[in-house]
Design a protein around this ligand. Structure first.
Ligand SMILES: C[C@@](CO)(OP(=O)(O)O)[C@H](O)COP(=O)(O)OP(=O)(O)OC[C@H]1O[C@@H](n2ccc(N)nc2=O)[C@H](O)[C@@H]1O
Ligand SMILES: Nc1ncnc2c1ncn2[C@@H]1O[C@H](COP(=O)(O)OP(=O)(O)O)[C@@H](O)[C@H]1O
Length: 268
């Protein structure tokens, strides 16, 4: 069976408090984006994991696909499988690619082996694997809060807009990003701000990771400004970085020097 785990962007990200468990409470709109990895899992005589596309740091046993398989195997005694991941979503990019791979592994195994797990059960397994993972079970625009693993419905649509993603060949670890942020209660509710027309977001909707990461990596702030100069209606860093995205009214011709980065553009 073959699934295509997709990326996400964060529209707005407020880090509101440090939790007693060491994690942070946040508020954000998670929005799925059709930039995909390829994940194939088939029954086999022994379990193996192979990787194509981009290299992923870390031992195979720490790969989130393998961890997701091992977690379900614990409870359901799954047979051996051959897992192949073709990695296309940039890593350490704030696009949630690893979390998507984990969640899609759970979804695929649930179908392949007819485990009969409900959405809620799959979300609970996903929460064990990472704060972002549960989002990719339902995989639709959601207002996310607490660790980023609790959800509320929100009416946000980017349909018809052109989305540009720029990954400046710089991997930022999530832990590094959280270390630089000072949690605070926001002056305005992100949820309310997101309900206003997209044209108003530029002046109102912020990603709290930008402040410290833009000082540490000035290229990030420059790219965001360039997207505005090119006519973006809204531009931001996604999640814990380093991807900078722009939302445009129509397709945009990007300057030649962007060729040194990984650039993706699509009308949604
Ligand atoms: C920042 C966000 C926002 O969308 O995503 P990314 O941009 O990285 O994809 C998420 O909070 C990332 O979620 P995820 O990447 O699943 O994080 P985890 O593996 O659970 O945790 C990695 C590390 O990040 C920190 N962490 C993560 C989530 C959270 N709510 N508070 C935290 O403090 C912790 O230091 C933790 O050890
Ligand atoms: N299948 C996977 N794809 C990407 N990263 C993975 C995967 N499995 C484990 N990881 C680890 O997760 C971290 C990056 O996660 P990723 O989702 O790409 O970044 P981000 O949280 O910025 O969106 C890296 O430390 C990487 O080694």
């Amino acid at each position: 069976m073959v699934f295509f785990p997709n990326a996400k962007i964060n529209i707005g990200l407020q880090i509101t408090a440090k939790r007693p468990d060491g994690f942070h409470n946040l508020e954000s709109c998670f929005y799925p984006v059709p930039l995909n990895d390829l994940l194939e899992i088939i029954p086999a005589s022994y379990t193996s994991f192979t990787l194509g596309g981009m290299a992923i740091p870390g031992d195979i046993s720490t790969n989130l696909c393998v961890r997701a398989y091992e977690r379900l195997k614990q409870d359901f005694g799954l047979p051996p499988v051959r897992i192949h991941l073709h990695k296309l979503i940039p890593i350490g990019a704030g696009l949630g690619g690893g979390s998507a791979d984990a969640a899609f592994t759970l979804r695929l195994l649930n179908e392949q082996f007819m485990l009969g797990l409900s959405v809620e059960q799959l979300e609970n397994y996903a929460r064990e694997l990472g704060s972002d993972c549960a989002f990719f079970i339902q995989n639709r625009p959601m207002y996310c809060f607490e660790k980023g693993d609790q959800f509320a419905e929100i009416e946000v649509s980017l349909n018809g807009y052109t989305l540009v993603l720029i990954y400046p060949n710089l991997a930022i670890s999530t832990a590094e990003a959280y270390a630089g942020v000072r949690p605070h209660q926001p002056a305005a509710s992100l949820r309310a701000l997101l309900q206003a027309p997209l044209e108003t977001w530029k002046g109102t909707i912020l990603n709290d990771f930008e402040k410290s990461l833009f000082s540490k990596y000035p290229i990030l702030g420059s790219l965001k400004q360039e997207l505005y100069d090119l006519g973006a209606l809204y531009a931001s860093m996604s999640g814990s970085g380093s991807t900078i995205y722009g939302i445009f009214a129509q397709p945009v011709e990007l300057p030649a020097h962007f060729d040194t980065y990984q650039v993706w553009q699509k009308t949604l």
